[in-house]
Design a protein around this ligand. Sequence first.
Ligand SMILES: NC(=O)c1ccc[n+]([C@@H]2O[C@H](COP(=O)([O-])OP(=O)(O)OC[C@H]3O[C@@H](n4cnc5c(N)ncnc54)[C@H](OP(=O)(O)O)[C@@H]3O)[C@@H](O)[C@H]2O)c1
Length: 262
Amino acid sequence: MKAFRIGIIGIGNMGGALLKGLAAKKGTQVFFAEKDSAKRRVVRRVCPRAKALSLEELTKTSNVVIICVKPQDLEPVLDVIKEYLTAETLVISIAAGVTLKKLRRLLRHDLLARVMPNLPALTGNGVSAFTVADSRASRAVREIFSILGSVLEVDEKKMDAVTAVSGSGPGYFAFILAEFRTAARRAGLSEKEAVFLVDQTFGGTALFLGKTGLHPMEMVKRVASPGGTTEAGLSVLKQRKMGKILAETVKAAAARSRELKK
Ligand SMILES: NC(=O)c1ccc[n+]([C@@H]2O[C@H](COP(=O)([O-])OP(=O)(O)OC[C@H]3O[C@@H](n4cnc5c(N)ncnc54)[C@H](OP(=O)(O)O)[C@@H]3O)[C@@H](O)[C@H]2O)c1
């Protein structure tokens, strides 16, 4: 695919992040379709380079169409765009739980990809896992979604696990962070001190592991000296079977992802 002419349908959280990133990319033309007129006005102000089009015009003009509407709004969109696709149009869906098989059936189209981004994508710190129905799609998906952070291609049968790990993962980490802040308050810190120390510890640990490449369990050993404070804290996490709790968390989310596809 030469120069991208990208059409984004649905300018909500994800569509908005993609549009902002892509509109700043040299040599890429960006179009969008959004049914909410207030959102269209915001886009005109924030991304004047992006042109608002109808679904029909967008599909005819773009060589990549990215569908960013909620899964329940997907079918009416596919119903319209399927009439205007050419064999060379790459269609990318980010709708959670909508399989390539279903997209192929509804669109009668083969050049397809399915992407699962996550919420940190809104600040360019996301991770997107994707799967393609045609290998010609891989390079374009990789290039486009790197605007939102890191990218990983996986086999489609792993998409439920991906949804449970990187799709839902920011929710688990945010939940643990909130509980850790509460625990810090209970230990005698003020709200401001608890937020500051917990957030810096979380962020710093993730950055440290990323930069050093150290295995997390190696880091545990380095922090926890025998008979010390960390060991005392860790013994509670082990007794309460933190590993089992996380395994059950991911398993439940993957099972729900499988159910939602039905
Ligand atoms: N948010 C996440 O963390 C996340 C993570 C992974 C995957 N996803 C997937 O990303 C997709 C979008 O999620 P989101 O959170 O960005 O949703 P969102 O904020 O609700 O955005 C969807 C946008 O699409 C618009 N829309 C609906 N039907 C349309 C149509 N026919 N033509 C043009 N625009 C239309 C909606 O307008 P109205 O508001 O007026 O209906 C809304 O502005 C979903 O399929 C979700 O499964 C989201």
